[in-house]
Design a protein around this ligand. Structure first.
Ligand code: NAD
Length: 329
């Protein structure tokens, strides 16, 4: 069976080629992002394998279906970028990787917290310039601080366990409280109360119509001044211009982002020779208390291997009439 992988980077090629050894799959790698303009590249491919910034709206899906595609195999857990109703109408099956390594994302969220708190991004540059002063680098002990976890599924739980290990007090918000979280000693609160009490807030819920701009000007006003916000979930969970206002006023003391609402045009590409056209991102990058990473939280060897293995199993299972990890909406 022929499958085309859109948005595939060299590390995808390596892991997928390795994982496909001995199978009958014929994999083709396409670095280009899937859009309406590039969908024609999938002509004749029964399976199309897509990543998070590939476009899978109704028009793109129609073009894929017309070209003979029958299966959309997502290399991600999130499926907020797929028009599932259109896929169903067109007879396209959609499969995903429900879990690959919650630790990869949780540990990256913690890396952002530690780097922001101890200003590692500034210290790194300073010592390389021969400046060994410490002014402006004072952090705070994580031990005893209150951490709010928004979304306590697999990644939120992995994150909470690490923060519990630091000796933090855990607060949680999730419409479906997780008994494992309660066993860690966490308290579930309504979101406004969590926002008021937590010193560090980390977002681990999916992007849905209910969670879009969950963090906005109104919710930011509820924070204690100087709160740290970490978003490794999806960019649109936060209203980015509102974050900029909160950073300017000091309401937000630290911001760590691995995801950005407008990332599709930017992330995963080397644009260092080009002027940055996105003024909101450009402004964000001027703050000394902001770290932006380009959607790399998933990027560990373990996660890549798990993504490749599950995706190929998904394709093989579907082809054999035994579909698994179907997304039904
Ligand atoms: P999961 O399904 O295990 O957990 C999601 C949790 O969010 C569930 O407990 C659910 O009840 C909760 N939730 C749903 N609606 C909510 C709301 N309105 N408010 C608060 N909580 C809500 O998913 P997961 O594997 O933990 O992944 C979480 C998210 O992380 C994914 O949806 C994806 O967007 C993101 N993610 C990011 C990366 C990255 O590289 N940055 C990688 C993987 C996943």
């Amino acid at each position: 069976m022929r499958a085309l992988l859109f948005s595939s980077q060299h590390y995808d090629q390596e892991t997928f080629t390795q994982a496909a050894k001995g199978s009958a799959l014929d994999l083709h790698f396409q670095p280009t992002r899937l859009t309406l303009d590039t969908a024609a590249l999938a002509q004749g491919f029964e399976a199309v394998c897509a990543f998070i910034n590939d476009e899978l709206d109704a028009q793109v899906l129609e073009r894929l279906a017309a070209g003979g595609t029958r299966l959309i195999a997502l290399r991600s857990a999130g499926y907020n970028h797929v028009d599932l109703a259109a896929a169903q109408r067109l007879g396209l099956a959609v499969v995903r990787v429900p879990a690959y390594s919650p630790h990869a994302v949780a540990e990256h969220a913690v890396a952002l917290i530690l780097a922001l708190n101890r200003r590692l991004h500034r210290a790194y540059n300073r010592t390389r310039e021969g400046d060994f002063t410490l002014h402006g680098l004072t952090g705070f002990d994580l031990h005893g601080k209150t951490v709010g976890v928004v979304g306590t599924g697999q990644i939120g739980m992995a994150f909470a366990r690490i923060m519990a290990g630091f000796g933090c007090q855990l607060l949680a918000y999730d419409p479906y409280p997780n008994p494992q979280m309660l066993a860690l000693g966490a308290r579930y609160l309504e979101l406004p109360e969590l926002l008021r009490q937590a010193r560090i807030i980390s977002l681990h819920c999916p992007l849905t119509e209910h969670t879009k701009h969950l963090i906005n000007a109104r919710s930011l006003a509820q924070l204690q001044p100087g709160t740290m916000l970490i978003n490794t979930g999806r960019g649109a969970l936060v209203d980015t211009p509102a974050l900029i206002d909160a950073l300017k006023s000091g309401q937000l003391g630290y911001l760590g982002l691995d995801v950005y609402e407008e990332e599709a045009q930017l992330f995963f590409e080397d644009r260092s020779d080009l002027p940055l056209q996105d003024d909101v991102l450009a402004r964000l990058l001027t703050f000394p208390n902001v770290i932006v990473t380009a959607h790399q939280a998933f990027l560990t060897h373990e996660a890549l291997e798990a993504i490749a293995t599950t995706t190929l199993d998904n394709i093989i299972g579907w082809a054999a009439g035994n579909p698994q990890n179907l997304v039904t909406g």
